[in-house]
Design a binder for this molecule. Structure first.
Ligand code: UDP
Length: 240
């Protein structure tokens, strides 16, 4: 697959359906692979952090999670035209898992939140086989790793915030031997109903960031990177 590259960070030009086909392939081939969500904030952070840049680029699939990445692709004559958000992909993977019998393990969020999210997911997708659930505030890492290995899932979702979850995934993925690993950030808080997502209309219009800004104004620092990111992408394009 030919990836697009923005300020040195790879992004896959895949839509939701295409990513799901890749998920099937990864689970069939069983070679440990991981999916990371890319947004302008992460790309900007990676400008000052080479190990973060390498980490993001070492993922098997980088999804275009932020609307800023779609705009960058349009400005650059790339092929990315729609977001594949981490939470939408996670939910779609769970749907697929229920249909195809994939075994799912969920690790992360505060005690009780993941259990609540699993309840919601199981109600929505009958037959979803969740083989293990753990909160993300464990002390004994070895015990968690042994539990995951014992339960032998096809898919491991890790919800410990980014990039902590991605560092955790890459550190342990060879040992875990789980085919598909994916960091899902705060998705369990949303699915469990602890945090509300933007209304559908705002999401469709690419305004989810505005909703989050209103709800969680302290995030404004994180979001203010968008214009700087787009200027840098344009500068990079004209240099070429
Ligand atoms: N979290 C965790 N363990 C930690 C730190 C964070 O399980 O050591 C969880 C936290 O409870 C929350 C999620 O990770 O559910 C982070 O969500 P946030 O929205 O900050 O992540 P982002 O999507 O911005 O990466």
């Amino acid at each position: 697959m030919v990836k697009e590259r923005y300020l040195g960070v790879d992004v896959c030009p895949l839509n939701m359906g295409q990513v799901l086909l890749e998920v099937d392939r990864i689970i069939m081939e069983r070679k440990p692979s991981f999916i990371v969500a890319i947004n302008p904030e992460k790309i900007m952070k990676a400008q000052e952090d080479e190990s973060l840049k390498n980490l993001l680029n070492s993922a098997t699939i980088q999804i275009a999670d932020g609307v800023g990445v779609v705009i960058a692709s349009i400005l650059n004559g790339g092929r990315i035209r729609s977001r594949v958000t981490g939470i939408d992909l996670m939910i779609n993977i769970c749907k697929r898992a229920a249909e195809r019998g994939y075994r799912v393990y969920i690790l992360g969020a505060k005690p009780g939140v993941a259990d609540e999210a699993v309840k919601v997911l199981k109600e929505r997708f009958h037959g979803l086989n969740v083989v293990g659930v753990r909160d993300g505030y464990f002390k004994d890492e070895e015990e968690v790793i042994e539990d995951i290995k014992r339960k032998n899932p096809d898919i491991l979702f890790v919800a410990m915030g980014s990039p902590k979850q991605e560092y955790w995934i890459t550190k342990h993925m060879e040992r875990l031997q789980v085919p598909l690993l994916m960091g899902i950030g705060g998705s369990l808080d949303v699915i469990s109903g602890n945090i509300k997502r933007a209304p559908k209309i705002m999401r469709k219009l690419g305004l989810e960031w505005l909703y989050r800004l209103i709800k969680e104004p302290w995030r404004y620092r994180r979001m203010s990177v968008l214009p700087v990111f787009l200027c840098k992408v344009l500068r990079e394009r004209f240099k070429r």
